[in-house]
Design a protein around this ligand. Structure first.
Ligand code: GLC
Ligand code: GLC
Length: 812
């Protein structure tokens, strides 16, 4: 069952039933001011940091779900209350539509001939959410209504906001100036910032104290004042500051009225923050309102937004008969990559915005899906990430974006982390050709002074793995590798522990075959970087180590029908046919196939076939099988989840694309395409009732075959899944891949495809790449390639460098 449809021409998903199986959200803002907004108008806003600068309040896991933060109500003279987005009033509407677009959302509700439409966006470059309301009377009679608009302010620090009530309930402060309500809690002391809510029309009444507006025992479906049809004109003094405006409006038949509301954030100079004793200096707020707060200003903002996305999305565009493929590649997957890149794992409907900082490995992988859109941003982020590395090549698992310091609480010793830096730098250099980047200097360990070049950081990453090998010559796993929950050295018995930081996490025995796969794949790229920067000896030495690692995997990391996952702290096998549970785990199957480990003996194909047989489902490949039934002290968190969920047998969408890529490396297009289309949201739209999360973005997890709710997704939006699937489809199935020497054209597409056209911007030029599938082989390999009519040898198009548009033709 569907709850809407894709409007590809407008790059929107249109929701036609407000009662989606889970709130379906969108993100507004790309720079400083961010908002989450659901299809009924739920969500919240923050400035840069969802923990320290929370602007509006959101109650996670609430009952009812997704109430609070924003609200609009229309009160009819007969006392009927309704909301344009159905919630919070929940009065049935005659018509409802929510259009989630790129950086904006438009929600429209109609009741008895009155159409109320709200367009939400964050105008590019501004620290504000603008809400443009249009009320149109399509009926025959004059319509007399009161329109209420409301936000609930959070007390900045989102964590304290939800716990420190002995203080919070006494600190709230506001100022009211006509159509502007200023939230200035804590401004009197150490804050120089405030937020405000503004209405473009002079209100007929207002409230700034929540209890006066909502009531104490009433709910948001029918707040006290809205039910009464009046306002309390209240001034918050402690308790809970809100901003609510009432507009009494008469609409003649056919008439329409437009209103603009602005939720803004302003920082003042600490030495000049008062207009008069006790009164906030409002100049910057007024200027902001002036720029964005009139109904006629929204069109310009929408145009800027469209230009911004036109530019970003024009960097990779496919023309193909399959609408689902087009909408994933051209719109939604790159959009999700951008959102994930901006927000890391901080704020979604599954991430509360108060937890983790930026992950070393998460950020490095997010970059893989994003680097072609804004390479400069990727470059900056790599420098930040590298700066949290230790001199020995190890690194902090997470760092705080505001301070750029490593997070001491979680520490380091996740032994896959260093290799992701090689992956990120390699992707950046292949995209941009910016070899000078390797000589840029960066500090270690969050220091202030640049201490070593980016190249040195890579060298240390590589060495870190080599210097930490276990009894079988395979990399030690430390606290965990990519799978945060496979904790082979932590032995947690205390329910109050974090699984990942329990114990000392050291351990010189437990080894990871997955890290070995990464080492082989990224070690080759590292060797190539050495060679191309004139470090021939280092390149040769690195390749020898890579070969040794490959041999170690073939000898000790192959289980007979698939790659082993790991050795535990006692040297026991993890992910082997000999195990009772967890016989096969997906990560090494994908990664070692990508790295072609043991290809001369056909190991990748065997591993991929075993994966298909044992891990495959109609909803994608589960992470392991069979799931662990009991808690295993020696395995850690992985066995803590009920069978079929998360790392214990869920379909962890992040690593399905590794298998997809592995399939293309093995030249098996049908399988690659099959797995790609199992988890890609556009193909799951028809089963939205089962899938439950948004049909336009990937979720981190879909419940696996051993779960009661097999096929149900959770944790949508902020997941490395977005980046990896974009890599899988664009670089490996479509096969348009940044190469050191140019753009490599190496598709692996199903036999039935006739071909496709991709427009790709690359190092300043535009390429129009036409691929014709003449062989219909369902495998890999091009027969001919030409650039602007001239035949080329091999599969790489060298960059032209004239900033022009060039035609590439490839025949398979
Ligand atoms: C989460 C984490 C990621 C980890 C994965 C598997 O998605 O963000 O770092 O690799 O889970 O445990
Ligand atoms: C939990 C999750 C895992 C995530 C980790 C992050 O272990 O299961 O997916 O990576 O938390 O800290």
């Amino acid at each position: 069952m569907r709850y809407g449809y894709f409007d590809d021409a407008n790059r929107e998903y249109v929701i036609t039933d407000p009662k989606t199986p889970w709130p379906w959200i969108n993100y507004l803002g790309t720079e400083g001011f961010f908002s989450l907004i659901s299809n009924t108008g739920g969500g919240y806003s923050f400035y840069r940091d969802a923990l320290y600068r929370r602007i509006t309040r959101y109650r996670y896991n609430g009952v009812p779900m997704d109430d609070g933060s924003r609200g609009f109500w229309i009160r009819e003279v007969d006392g009927t209350l309704w909301s344009p987005g159905w919630k919070p009033a929940r009065t049935p509407l005659d018509a409802y539509e929510c259009r989630h677009g790129l950086g904006y959302t438009r929600i429209t509700g109609t009741k008895s001939g009155l159409e109320a439409s709200v367009l939400f966006t964050v105008p590019p470059g501004e620290n504000a959410e603008v809400q443009n309301v249009t009320l149109r009377n399509a009926g025959e009679a004059v319509r007399r209504i009161s329109f209420y608009a409301y936000v609930e302010f959070a007390l900045w620090n989102a964590q304290a906001d939800g716990e420190n009530f002995q203080r919070n309930l006494s600190t709230g402060e506001v100022e009211v100036h006509g159509g502007t309500i200023i939230h200035k809690t804590e401004y009197r002391e150490r804050r120089n910032h405030f937020s405000f809510y503004h209405s473009s029309r002079t209100p007929d009444g207002f409230d700034s104290d929540r209890e006066s507006f909502v009531g104490l025992y009433e709910g948001l479906a029918a707040p006290l004042r809205v039910a009464l049809g009046d306002s309390g004109d209240s001034i918050a003094d402690g308790w809970s500051p809100v901003a609510a405006f009432r507009h009494d409006i008469d609409l003649a038949p056919g008439a329409a009225v437009e209103l603009a509301f602005v939720l803004g954030y302003v920082e003042n100079d600490p030495r000049d923050k008062w207009a008069a004793p006790g009164l906030v200096k409002r100049d910057a707020a007024e200027a902001l309102i002036d720029r964005v707060g009139r109904p006629d200003r929204i069109a310009a903002a929408m145009e800027d937004l469209r230009d911004y996305w036109d530019d970003l999305l024009s960097r990779f565009r496919i023309d193909h008969p399959d609408d689902k493929l087009e909408r994933m590649v051209n719109i939604w997957n790159p959009y999700q990559c951008m959102v994930t890149y901006n927000l890391a794992r901080s704020a979604s409907y599954f991430e509360s915005g108060i937890g983790r900082g930026l992950g070393f490995r998460d950020t490095s992988q997010d970059l893989l899906g994003f680097v072609h859109q804004i390479p400069e941003k990727a470059r900056e982020r790599i420098l930040d990430v590298a700066a949290t590395q230790f001199p020995d090549g190890g690194c902090y698992h997470q760092y705080q974006p505001l301070t750029k310091k490593g997070n001491a609480g979680i520490g380091g010793n996740f032994r896959d982390d260093p290799l992701w830096l090689i992956a990120a730098v390699s992707a950046y250099v292949r995209e941009t050709g910016d070899w000078d980047f390797l000589e840029a200097t960066v500090p270690f360990d969050g220091g202030a002074e640049p201490q070593a070049t980016v190249f040195t950081h890579l060298q240390r990453s590589f060495r870190q793995v080599l210097d930490n090998r276990g009894p079988h010559g395979l990399p030690l796993i430390g606290r965990a590798d990519w799978n945060d929950c496979l904790n082979l050295n932590t032995f947690s018995t205390d329910p109050n522990d974090s699984f990942q930081t329990a114990g000392d996490g050291e351990g010189r025995v437990a080894e990871s075959v997955f890290i070995a796969g990464m080492f082989v794949l990224y070690g080759r790229q590292y060797a190539e970087i050495c060679r191309r920067t004139g470090r021939r000896d280092a390149a040769d030495a690195a390749l020898k180590e890579v070969a040794a690692m490959e041999a170690a995997v073939v000898e000790h990391g192959w289980d007979g029908q698939w790659y082993l996952r790991a050795y535990d702290a006692r040297g026991g096998k993890v992910g082997s046919a000999e195990c009772d549970e967890g016989k096969i785990l997906i990560e090494p199957q994908g990664f070692c196939a990508m790295a072609e480990i043991g290809a001369d003996r056909g190991l990748p194909e065997t591993a991929l076939e075993s994966s298909e047989r044992l891990l495959g489902t109609d909803h994608g490949l589960v992470i392991l099988w069979p799931a662990y039934r009991d808690y295993h002290l020696e395995l850690g968190e992985i066995s803590s989840y009920p069978p079929g969920y998360k790392e214990n047998g869920g379909i962890f969408c992040h690593n399905n694309p590794w298998v997809v890529i592995g399939e293309t490396v093995a030249g098996r297009a049908e399988q690659a395409w099959h797995w790609y289309t199992r988890i890609a949201p556009a193909w799951r739209e028809d089963i939205s009732h089962l899938h439950r999360t948004e049909p336009y973005v990937y979720a981190q997890m879909i419940a696996g075959k051993e779960a009661a709710r097999h096929g149900e997704a959770k944790n949508s939006w902020l997941t490395g899944t977005a980046a990896w699937n974009f890599v899988a489809i664009s670089q490996h199935i479509l096969g348009i891949r940044p190469h050191w020497d140019g753009l490599e054209i190496d598709p692996c597409v199903p036999a039935e495809w006739e071909g496709f056209v991709v427009e790709r911007r690359f190092r300043g030029d535009s390429y129009r790449i036409t691929v014709r599938n003449e062989s219909r082989s369902g495998g890999r390999g091009i027969r001919s390639l030409s650039l602007d009519g001239r035949p080329l040898r091999g599969s790489v198009v060298p960059p032209v460098g004239d900033g022009g548009v060039h035609d590439v033709e490839a025949v398979l």
